[in-house]
Design a protein around this ligand. Sequence first.
Ligand code: AMP
Length: 404
Amino acid sequence: MQLPPARPISQEEVQASAFTALGLREQLVKAVLQEGYDTPTPIQAQTIPHLLAKRDLLGSAQTGTGKTAAFVLPLLQNLAATTVGLGAVNPGAVALNAAPSRTAHKVRALILAPTRELAGQISERTAVYGRHLGIGHAVIYGGVSQHRQERDLARKPQVLIATPGRLIDLMEQRLIDLSAVEIFVLDEADTMLDMGFIHAVRRIVSLIPAQRQTLLFSATMPQSIEKLARSVLRNPIRVSVAPVASTADLIDQAVCFVSQADKRALLEQMLLSMGIERALVFTRTKHGANRVSEQLRRAGIEAGAIHGNKSQAARERALGQFRDGRMPVLVATDVAARGIDVEGISHVINFDLPNVPEAYVHRIGRTGRAGASGRAISFCDRSERGLLQDIERLIRKPIPVMPA
Ligand code: AMP
């Protein structure tokens, strides 16, 4: 990945940085300062020193809290500490022209993510945070040709970011060997379980040495996650940031009582009249996402859909257009939207209410990031009143009603 040039950072800036105080080495501190981070987020401040000391971690945090840097920075530092000749060469560059090798490649760190979007974002962040370190990484996920991923593996990356299905595929083809993994990160473990990856995860864990550092992150901590945590973690530190309910407090929320049949017209009217810069619209089904985005386009509103049935290329295209502002409206399903990190989402609109109340909090958490104000508007049909009550119970407050 080609990174844009970054501004020079002085020794004094590095020395004075709160990231240095957490124990991070110069190359990493430089990289985060170049990203414009000046203060560690709470999860970073609470976890980085422990992770540098190689403790296991059970982290309750969702996207938007800075959790990626919280695990990627210490992971890179711990690997760098035992990498010979670090900084002299870029391991990625050495084998650029090497033919794909058929010997199973041993990685030293494995980051498992439930969706390709999240895996892609972690990979992008790893490139950014590791820009001065020269520790190679590769990302593998399903839905795209294996060829490029094979070529990336032939460069012998130390860090592998993967979704479970494709990882198992490549292990079965003897392209990846997990027997030398020292650091294992399980990100968005709750989504992983929701998506039915538990057996895949257990199988992967069984192939990693027991002697390792393990980090497990999950936005929610149901019994099933606690159980998984007990089986994979050893004496972990526990860190919890922005619990589900308090995230919801920061966002300006409203509910509109509207019949299913009138939702479409209401959405169009809102998008046209409210000066919405960048709106993420949620539907319950993939079919619904397609239908709503088509209807919006017919009404002259630039909109795209993103869900599991779309090809990787189509999803990346839609996300790219949404991110750079060419397409102000993106219609998504819950699973597809997890892990999407697009800044400046002015509105989240729940065209349908989610079946699971926690999903409401994940959805609205997409707006109002990093201190920016955001609005979340939910459409509620008569048949969805029960779902609304569940949500209000979870966030422990009523959602103000907005006239339709
Ligand atoms: P994450 O929760 O890892 O998805 O991060 C959410 C967003 O916060 C990303 O856009 C990061 O670039 C940004 N971020 C992470 N750490 C910091 C920090 N210490 N200061 C400012 N922004 C940050």
